[in-house]
Structures are given as structure tokens and as C-alpha cells.
Design a protein around this ligand. Structure first.
Ligand SMILES: [Zn+2]
Ligand SMILES: [Zn+2]
Length: 192
């Protein structure tokens, strides 16, 4: 397991008319999340370029990540250099801690991922319950046990999805969402 920055965005729609909640999720390795300790304008500008400044925001502090002074909303090279010198003046060790601004309104990479999470939510809202027509007829559980292609024993692969209506509680099974047989390499008998 190699730790890499990972972005999970979640959007929730609370529908007070139908008394339902629909959730959209998007997970991605697309993120500019990063930080660095710098002691010169050159080092700062190199970092800024790597993390897509100025379209993406930066936060600066003197010395370290928990220093109580923080400079936000830096929108140009001029303001960046000015913020660097202000932090340096208050620094005890002649260095500045710079990090990416992960607030959504200053981070277009996050905005893009939030858009995808929202699309996921909309897709779910567009599926309706076949009985009561309530929006959000979605997968609420997955049942494992797809038969192995060689021995026919149940594997760890998905056999069926269960869709549920939050309003009338109607449920429907959709069998074999990824095919009718599982590859033997996922079988506990053929490939223990
Ligand atoms: Zn098998
Ligand atoms: Zn229903």
C-alpha cells in the first residue's frame, strides 16, 4: 500500500417532499493536495507552478503548518511574493510553510470532482421506483456468490444487486450485473 493523496467528494440532496435522501459520490486520485517548506521566492514559485497556482489557491504561514498566522486568498504572483515576505518577517527559522488551498471555491480540481459527484447524484435521481414513481430507485446492497466458471461453486464476485425504494420500500433484484459466471481466479476452491 503506497499512500497517495485521494479526493472523495460527497453531495447529498435532502428531498423534503418525498422524504428521501440521495447521495452522490466521486473518488479520484485527481488532486493537487500538497505542501512544502520554502526559504526563497524561487522555491516558492517552483512549488506554485507544480500545484497549478494561480488558478488554484495557496495558503502561507510562517515556519510550520500550525502557526497561527495564515494568509489566504492569494490570487496573483505579486500577492504571492508579498505574502511570502510578510510570513518570512514573522518566521523564527527563516522559512515559510506553503500549502494548497483545498477550499472548493479556490480549487478547480475539486470543483471538477464535485461536478462528477453531482452527476452521480442526478443519475440516481433520474431512476424512479416502478411501483410509486418516487425518484432515487438505487442499489442499496450487493449480494456475492456468482458461480465459478469451472466448478460452479459460489465466488466472492457479485451475483445480484438489490434496488430499493426509500418511500414505499419496494425492492427488486437485478441478477448477474457483471456476467453469469465468475472467473476461476476469483474462486476460493479453484484458486485458494
Ligand atoms: Zn471454482
Ligand atoms: Zn416506491
Amino acid at each position: 500500500m503506497i499512500p497517495i493523496p485521494w479526493n472523495v467528494e460527497i453531495v447529498v440532496l435532502v428531498d423534503k417532499v418525498n422524504h428521501i435522501e440521495v447521495i452522490g459520490v466521486h473518488e479520484s486520485s485527481e488532486t493537487n493536495f500538497n505542501h512544502r517548506v520554502v526559504s526563497s521566492v524561487d522555491e516558492l514559485q517552483e512549488f506554485a507552478k507544480e500545484v497549478k497556482f494561480p488558478t488554484h489557491g495557496l495558503l502561507l504561514r510562517p515556519d510550520h503548518e500550525s502557526h497561527k498566522k495564515i494568509i489566504k486568498d492569494i490570487t496573483s504572483d505579486e500577492k504571492l511574493i508579498d505574502a511570502f515576505h510578510r510570513c518570512l518577517k514573522e518566521s523564527k527559522h527563516n522559512r515559510v510553510f506553503v500549502e494548497t488551498d483545498m477550499r472548493a471555491h479556490r480549487n478547480p480540481t475539486r470543483m471538477n470532482n464535485i461536478q462528477k459527484a453531482t452527476q452521480h447524484m442526478v443519475d440516481q435521481l433520474l431512476t424512479r421506483c416502478p411501483v410509486c414513481q418516487c425518484p432515487g430507485f438505487v442499489i442499496t446492497s450487493k449480494v456475492k456468490g456468482l458461480p465459478c466458471e469451472c466448478c460452479g461453486e459460489p465466488t466472492q464476485l457479485v451475483l445480484k444487486h438489490i434496488y430499493s425504494c426509500q418511500r414505499c420500500k419496494y425492492q427488486e433484484d437485478k441478477m448477474y450485473p457483471h456476467g453469469v459466471k465468475g472467473e476461476a481466479r476469483y474462486c476460493d476452491w479453484c484458486n485458494p
